[in-house]
Write a protein that binds this ligand. Structure first.
Ligand SMILES: [Mg+2]
Length: 233
């Protein structure tokens, strides 16, 4: 059966008030001037940067500043910890439950560090839905992280599936899936979930709301569900 693999930020949780604001506040501290969220999003999406530490570094550089990468990470982490309670769940638990009840293997591939992934999975009580999760700490080599397709490969292999849909919201997600198909050759298709950040991407599928996404996923992963049930011994 096809698996469904999810991105976290912008798909499962709204991070506009946490990660995006942490980039802004951290960059502002290092630059000593105000930075707009629009500029931050423009840099993140136009350069396909997945890791928000990297985005912060790029924003500082773009505005003529300079800072030690390690110090950025340290400060960003502190700022994020103060904002993470503002995160809201986007997709309801119902959609994961329904897929799981139909036997669909479910995974996560995210650029969150493990402690930040644990935080959302526990906070929104989502852990039990996912068979495999791949976070930033699972991929030690920075060059092999999203948009490199290795994390997706790791998730597919651990799930033991040959086909999947990846639900993401950013150019880095789309690139990861495109590179995956090129390098690993297995049919993974990209579903662009546009509910929070309304950018345009040349995706295989696009869903605006949870209802559209649910219909799409169920249609793709269990198209003959009724027939299968009848023919089952
Ligand atoms: Mg995302």
């Amino acid at each position: 059966m096809k698996a469904v693999i999810f991105d976290v930020d912008g798909v499962i949780v709204d991070v506009r008030e946490s990660y995006h604001l942490a980039i802004k506040r951290t960059a502002e501290e290092f630059l000593g001037k105000e930075v707009s969220l629009d500029l931050i999003r423009e840099i993140k999406y136009s350069k396909s940067i997945n890791n928000d530490w990297d985005v912060t570094y790029e924003v500082i550089k773009h505005l003529g500043g300079s800072a030690d990468y390690g110090k950025i990470v340290e400060r960003f982490t502190e700022v994020y910890r103060g904002l993470r309670d503002r995160e809201k769940q986007i997709l309801s638990s119902g959609i994961f439950r329904e897929l799981k009840e139909r036997g669909v293997p479910l995974g996560i591939v995210t650029g969150r560090p493990k402690s930040d992934l644990d935080f959302v999975l526990d906070r929104f009580n989502l852990r039990g839905f996912f068979d495999v999760t791949v976070d930033e700490d699972d991929v030690a080599d920075k060059n092999l992280r999203k948009p490199h397709p290795f994390p997706l490969h790791l998730c597919m292999e651990t799930l033991g599936v040959g086909e999947a849909l990846y639900v993401g919201d950013s150019p880095a997600d789309l690139e990861m899936v495109a590179y995956y198909r090129k390098i690993y050759g297995k049919p993974v298709r990209f579903v662009h979930f546009r509910k929070v950040v309304k950018i345009n991407l040349p995706a295989d599928f696009t869903a605006e709301e949870e209802g559209d996404l649910r219909t799409l996923l169920l249609g793709e992963v269990c198209p003959n569900r009724e027939g299968e049930q009848v023919s089952r011994p």
